[in-house]
Design a protein around this ligand. Structure first.
Ligand code: PHE
Length: 364
């Protein structure tokens, strides 16, 4: 470690030698000062006001110099002081720069990296099917009506001409809300088993003519298997006006099925029963996969059953204050999942509800 020597010889040559030796030591020490604390130490050691090496040089080389050498000694001492300050200054800048560089390096953004991809979602196949169905009927002038999923017994059953305790209620495996016993039966709450209650609500609210479709989620107490799910979707429709006939029902559904499955598809209407329609029908379409020859989706029959439908029962008009003598209408309903399974060749309805990306990604 360098220490300032006392001088006996104050000749210019001796002063220069001492100065060079000191500056060499100073340069080495300054070179070692590569960070803030080390530089602080360098400053204290060399430029400290009382005991710094520059102060010592001042004592030992200038003050101790005989009068004749004071000028020469003073010059060197000044040079040394200036040099020490310069070095300190230069290092402050260098250190500040290296700190800045390190920060910039740490904050560097590599714009060539691929980044975080946030894939856009797609419509769920069930909703996509529902949308297609909706658009077919919207084009025919139907508007969309929605209603609550938690319904009262009145809207889900009574106003649809299911009398209390009528066996037809058994066909709709209903999930009832608990602890409703104190209420009158018509007010008891349940999860709607079909979207038909929306048709009642629509007729209560608006005067005829009515043309609505009622899409939505419905619930039935069915054990889940490949073709049953306790939650599924329906699209129902209602048309009420003067002089609506069974011919209108057939024409409308035939047109809708042709829009969905192609103009080669045929429709077939067979008698059935629903409490809210009379007469009632089950509607099948000729199998769009095999053209009617028989294949797996149509179970070799050539036909696929898709809808329930019928002419609105006059009793239903009675519940909503429509005059059955002046008005007539038809209604229809279908399961959306069933249609989606057919459209996308899905053989297990549960796939729609698992939320498994491997299944859903196929629709992206
Ligand atoms: N609401 C019936 C059901 O869910 C379907 C349907 C609607 C049948 C309209 C005929 C007329 O089973």
């Amino acid at each position: 470690m360098y220490t300032v020597p006392k001088l006996t010889d104050f000749s210019a040559r001796a002063l220069d030698e001492a100065k060079e030796e000191l500056l060499a030591a100073m340069a080495v020490e300054a070179g070692d000062a590569t960070d803030g604390p080390a530089l602080e130490e360098f400053r204290n050691r060399w430029l400290g006001r009382k005991f710094g090496l520059v102060a010592q040089v001042n004592e030992l080389w200038l003050k101790a110099a005989p009068g004749s050498a004071k000028r020469e000694a003073g010059q060197r001492v000044n040079e040394i002081k200036q040099r020490a300050e310069e070095l300190a200054e230069k290092h402050v800048k260098a250190i500040a720069k290296s700190i800045l560089n390190a920060r910039l390096r740490a904050e560097t953004l590599d714009i060539s990296l691929p980044g975080i991809e946030r894939p856009l979602g797609v419509r769920h196949p069930v909703l996509r099917t529902l949308d297609e169905l909706i658009s077919v009927f919207v084009k025919m002038g139907y508007s969309i009506a929605e209603g609550p999923e938690v319904e009262s017994d009145y809207y889900n059953f009574e106003a649809l001409n299911f009398p209390p305790n009528h066996p037809a209620r058994d066909t709709q495996d209903t999930l009832f809300i608990a602890n409703q016993e104190q209420r009158a039966q018509r007010d008891r709450l349940l999860l709607r088993t079909h979207t038909s209650p929306v048709q009642i609500r629509t007729m209560e609210k608006s005067a005829p003519p009515v043309r609505v479709i009622c899409p939505g989620k419905v619930h039935r107490n069915d054990a889940p298997d490949a073709t049953h799910s306790p939650v599924f979707h329906q699209l129902e429709g209602l048309c009420v006006d003067t002089n609506i006939t069974f011919g209108d029902l057939k024409g409308t559904l035939d047109h809708a099925m042709k829009s969905l499955f192609g103009s080669a598809v045929k429709t077939s209407f067979r008698p059935s029963f629903f409490p809210f329609t009379e007469p009632s029908v089950e509607v099948s379409i000729s199998c769009p996969f095999c053209g009617g020859k028989g294949c797996r989706p149509c179970k070799q029959s050539g036909w696929i059953e898709l809808l329930g439908a019928g002419m609105v029962d006059p009793n239903v008009f009675g519940f909503v204050g429509y005059d059955p003598k002046k008005l007539s209408g038809f209604a229809f309903g279908m399961g959306v999942e069933r249609l989606a399974m057919m459209t996308y060749n899905v053989d297990d309805i549960q796939q729609f509800f698992y939320g498994d990306m491997r299944f859903l990604e196929q629709f992206a």
